[in-house]
Design a protein around this ligand. Structure first.
Ligand SMILES: Nc1ncnc2c1ncn2[C@@H]1O[C@H](COP(=O)(O)OP(=O)(O)OP(=O)(O)O)[C@@H](O)[C@H]1O
Length: 950
């Protein structure tokens, strides 16, 4: 057992850099990666598995030790008004440098909040699936982090009372340049590798993709794990609700971006530029994949058209300009696809509640930390500006605690950056509006306007450089490319090219102005940051400061200097300074007296009396008289003045601390009350279960008594079968019979409503499901139509463990899986999503068909009991015997004994899928282009071989 170190650094008697580092290091070595500094959670990345996130552990977090789940818990309870304040929106700000653990913290927060509001709806699973999706498209391997987010995000979870109703994501500053250029040791966005590794041979052909090594934008050896990741991404898209055609269009655009990167240019004898012979096939393929005309694409690569006085003037590109145009199309297309994914997620996860219902919110902000590289460009300026804003927000909150320090935290940067018309960003906008202005002009303007500003330093150099003194330190920026990046405009001819695409996804994406969630221009960044700040100021804040312990991503290693730097960049040292000015020194009372007053204890007593800090008695007035000399009197008075100040501060500290402790106590009390409430609810649930069981047994007995009556009804069933259309629903006629047989008075209205629901469900099944479910002209043996829950249980009662059947819900458009568990039968709801996919409620896997779902769960257990579907329950009841005579559609399923039937489908299924699957819009052109590429490649290989031989 290690030494017991404080969980909250705010409780330390001395809070300075040294003690902070000592405690954090000590805790880290004991695998205690979380520590509080007051309300801030400091999280040191362990770079190894820790069991602290396991379900059992999270449930047992009774005394609120520092933990990311405790932050989630506090935000959730505060939102509901269960803690000291009334209900209020909450926001959790996560910051830290690349690789410090922000994304992991965000995931853990989301997971725990979803756990807390468990309403057992599919929405929670959908929200959790957003992360793998965003990571695939927005993350990449960098030298700092193998899974680095190349964008910032603000996730808003929307709640009605305690249950989640929807989610919204805002994304900031996607690093689009990564699509066309990656530095040494870095990669393109994950999705390119996942796609190339995981896609089937058939799909490769359909999208027009070749081996990864063939692409300039994504050269990399395939890693096995990427295959699984691709399946994960496809599943996440299915779970969130993307349509098949949308997925195909999106994958085709990605394939187009890869093909585009392989287009090379050659000069000709005339001024014109042409696409190299070897890459003509790639031009064709790109045009097919983007759904545009080859000539139009070529034109937008090789020349610019501008309109002057109503006349269109074409300017031919040189090689460099053509390559720039190619790269800019790739960046723009990728940025738009990413923006589209985010807005699609937002559309699918939008709360489906009446607009007059007021929703509460928890926002989670995961944004890049402060950056200071050898060369800092436009992107770093935007990121650091965002961090300045956040730091301002943070300081504002801390200084509100200490009202007397507030005035000192007026944001100097606000004047420097945001003032109109002479803030840095306004000047940038102004210069960007002049086509002839250069980056040098911009820096000259800055130098003349801000040379005397305290947060700006002029740099005398040929390169356009300038320095900003940020809260976290000085950063020198290289302004090369600032104006171009700030303009971030899409040339008119490229926009037109895509608007005319036959792929609706592209034409819609380019016809729209940049959406609020689209990749943001700096102007937008300012605007969206301002909106974000407004939201955050209005919400209850929580801070998580992530710290990277070492650069080599190793467990159990902590580099003190690195940690210290981050504490500074994270603004923690600033926080400590604010606290120190306010009430950082929190000595025990005795210690306080001994340290501050020592020999002047008598005088102190009078001060203490005046500040009404009772309960302390003067130690020795004798000592006071001993030192009572005239010359010492002035020194004494001076020291007394200082002492009085310390007392004042300490008094404030004690008041704040008391408030803090009482809040903590309140949290504990509320937690305890909540636990008790939960226990009572659990007790009630158990009682209800027992009652249900008792009722069920009673009903079973009644059922047995009625068995002879059922026989009489068989003739009626037969009659009805003749009248109706034969589907497995016909077996639900038993349900109609139940009502009179139960001999219970049932309200007529309810009966009508029930009947209506049932009729609708039957219509839904006949119109949308029959074709999907039949195979070889029949239904799978595990499918039992619309039987009741009780009938399903009766069928399974004497069956072995793992036996199962699927049935149609009585009152909703969906299925139920009934399973013979060890102790009793279990019923799992199977949801039908709007995109036609099937999901067992609470599972994180979507399936294209029920057959796939069954097949999958023969291998993977169903949560929470991890039960495997072992044996299909065949249709052997007499009513099915009847069906056999009258319905040809069911014959094959009924004739084969259940055990003989395999649960899957084989080649038949593949054939059916091929028939119904969506294709890229210009699939034939893509196919031709790929053939051409392969032919050219063969010719090149032969030529090489011939040259080698000769
Ligand atoms: N709590 C944790 N437990 C175990 N490992 C962790 C934890 N947090 C982070 N890691 C490890 O550190 C890696 C980097 O973390 P993460 O991707 O969350 O960093 P980040 O701050 O989001 O970086 P970036 O800004 O580059 O996106 C993760 O891939 C994981 O391996």
């Amino acid at each position: 057992m290690g030494e017991k170190l404080p969980e909250d650094l705010a409780s330390l008697s001395e809070l300075d850099e040294k003690s902070l580092l000592e405690v954090l290091t000590g805790r880290f070595t004991q695998n205690l990666i979380y520590t509080y500094i007051g309300d801030i959670l400091v999280a040191i990345n362990p770079f190894k598995y820790l069991s602290i996130y396991e379900k059992e552990v999270s449930v047992s977090l009774k005394s609120l030790p520092p933990h990311i789940f405790a932050v989630a818990d506090r935000a959730y309870q505060s939102m509901l008004g269960r803690l000291a304040t009334g209900p209020k929106n909450q926001c959790i700000v996560i910051s830290g440098e690349s690789g410090a653990g922000k994304t992991e913290s965000t995931k853990l927060l989301l997971r725990h909040i979803m756990e807390l509001c468990k309403a057992n709806s599919q929405l929670e699973q959908q929200i959790l699936q957003v992360n793998p999706l965003l990571e695939a498209f927005g993350n990449a391997q960098t030298v700092m982090n193998d899974n680095s987010s190349r964008f910032g995000k603000y996730i808003q979870l929307r709640f009605q009372n305690s249950s989640v109703k929807g989610a919204k994501i805002n994304e900031y500053l996607l690093e689009k340049s990564r699509v066309v250029h990656q530095d040494e040791g870095e990669q393109n966005f994950h999705i390119f590798y996942f796609m190339l590794a995981g896609i089937s041979t058939e799909d490769k052909e359909i999208y027009g993709l070749l081996d990864p090594t063939r692409y300039r934008f994504g050269k990399e050896d395939v890693v096995h794990a990427w295959r699984l990741k691709y399946a994960e991404v496809c599943n996440a898209m299915d779970m969130v609700g993307f349509e098949e055609q949308e997925k195909v269009d999106m994958m085709t655009i990605l394939a187009g971006i890869l093909s585009l990167g392989n287009i090379a240019f050659e000069t000709t004898d005339s001024d014109a530029l042409k696409v190299s012979e070897a890459s003509r096939g790639w031009l064709k393929a790109t045009a097919g994949q983007f759904g545009v005309q080859e000539e139009d694409l070529l034109k937008s690569l090789t020349c610019t058209t501008s309109v002057t006085r109503g006349e269109a003037i074409q300017r031919l590109h040189n090689q460099q300009q053509a390559e720039d145009a190619r790269d800019s199309i790739a960046k723009v297309a990728y940025g738009r696809v990413f923006g589209w994914i985010v807005s699609k997620i937002n559309e699918l996860l939008a709360p489906k509640v009446d607009c007059d219902v007021e929703l509460s919110e928890i926002g989670i902000l995961d944004i890049f930390g402060f950056e200071n590289f050898a060369v800092n460009r436009f992107e770093q300026l935007c990121i650091n500006l965002a961090n300045e804003q956040l730091q301002y927000f943070f300081n504002h909150l801390v200084s509100m605690e200490n009202s007397f320090t507030h005035a000192r935290f007026v944001p100097l940067f606000q004047d420097l950056f945001l003032t109109k018309p002479i803030g840095i960003l306004s000047l940038l906008d102004e210069q960007s509006a002049f086509p002839q202005a250069t980056d040098r002009d911009f820096v000259d303007k800055l130098n003349s306007k801000f040379k005397t500003a305290p947060n700006f330093e002029v740099v005398r150099n040929h390169t356009p450089l300038f320095t900003i003194v940020h809260y976290a330190g000085k950063v020198q920026y290289n302004a090369s490319g600032f104006l171009e990046k700030n303009r971030d405009t899409i040339p008119a001819n490229i926009r037109e090219l895509f608007i005319n695409s036959v792929t609706p996804l592209l034409s819609v994406l380019f016809a729209a102005t940049i959406s609020r969630t689209g990749t943001l221009m700096p102007r937008k960044a300012k605007h969206s940051l301002a909106v974000l700040m407004e939201k955050m100021f209005a919400a209850g804040p929580h801070f998580v400061r992530c710290i990277k312990p070492n650069r080599s991503k190793q467990p159990d290693q902590l580099d003190s200097k690195l940690v210290m730097d981050q504490l500074r960049y994270n603004g923690l040292m600033e926080t400590i300074r604010i606290r120190r000015d306010g009430f950082s020194w929190r000595p025990k009372f005795r210690e306080f007296v001994e340290r501050s007053f020592g020999l002047f204890s008598f005088s102190c007593m009078s001060i203490l009396n005046s500040t009404q800090l009772s309960g302390w008695k003067c130690g020795s007035s004798r000592l006071f008289f001993k030192y009572w000399h005239q010359e010492e009197l002035s020194r004494l008075l001076e020291r007394l003045g200082r002492a009085a100040l310390v007392i004042q501060k300490n008094y404030r500290a004690r008041v704040c601390r008391r408030r803090y402790l009482s809040l903590l106590e309140e949290i504990r009390r509320q937690r305890q009350a909540q636990r008790e409430r939960e226990e009572r609810e659990e007790e009630e649930r158990r009682r209800q279960q027992l009652e249900d069981e008792r009722k069920r047994r009673l009903e079973l007995e009644q059922e047995n008594r009625r068995k002879n009556l059922i026989a009489l009804t068989l003739s009626l069933i037969r009659f009805l079968f003749f009248c109706g259309q034969a589907t497995p629903f016909d077996n639900e006629l038993n349900v109609h019979l139940d009502a009179p047989l139960m001999l219970q008075p049932i309200d007529e209205e309810r009966m009508k409503e029930k009947h209506l629901k049932k009729t609708n469900t039957i219509r839904w099944f006949k119109e949308t499901q029959v074709r999907k479910l039949t195979r070889d002209g029949g239904f799978p043996c595990w499918f039992h139509g619309m039987i009741t829950r009780r009938q399903a249980e009766d069928l399974l009662i004497d069956k072995p463990l793992g036996c199962f059947l699927l049935r149609v819900g009585q009152s909703r458009e969906g299925y139920t899986l009934t399973y013979r568990g060890a102790d009793r039968c279990r019923h799992y709801m199977v949801e039908m999503q709007s995109n036609g996919k099937y999901v067992i409620l609470g599972e994180d896997r979507a399936h294209s068909s029920l057959t796939d779902l069954v097949q999958y769960h023969t291998q993977v257990g169903i949560k929470p009991f991890m039960e495997l579907l072992a044996l299909p329950c065949g249709q052997v009841r007499p009513d099915y015997e009847e069906l056999k005579d009258f319905t040809s559609s069911l014959s094959s399923a009924v004739e084969r004994p259940a055990e003989d039937q395999d649960m899957d489908t084989g080649s038949h299924k593949v054939h059916l899928e091929m028939q119904s699957r969506p294709f890229p819009r210009l699939y034939p052109s893509i196919r031709l282009a790929m053939r051409e590429i392969q032919q050219i490649q063969q010719v090149q290989t032969h030529t090489h071989r011939d040259t080698d031989i000769s």
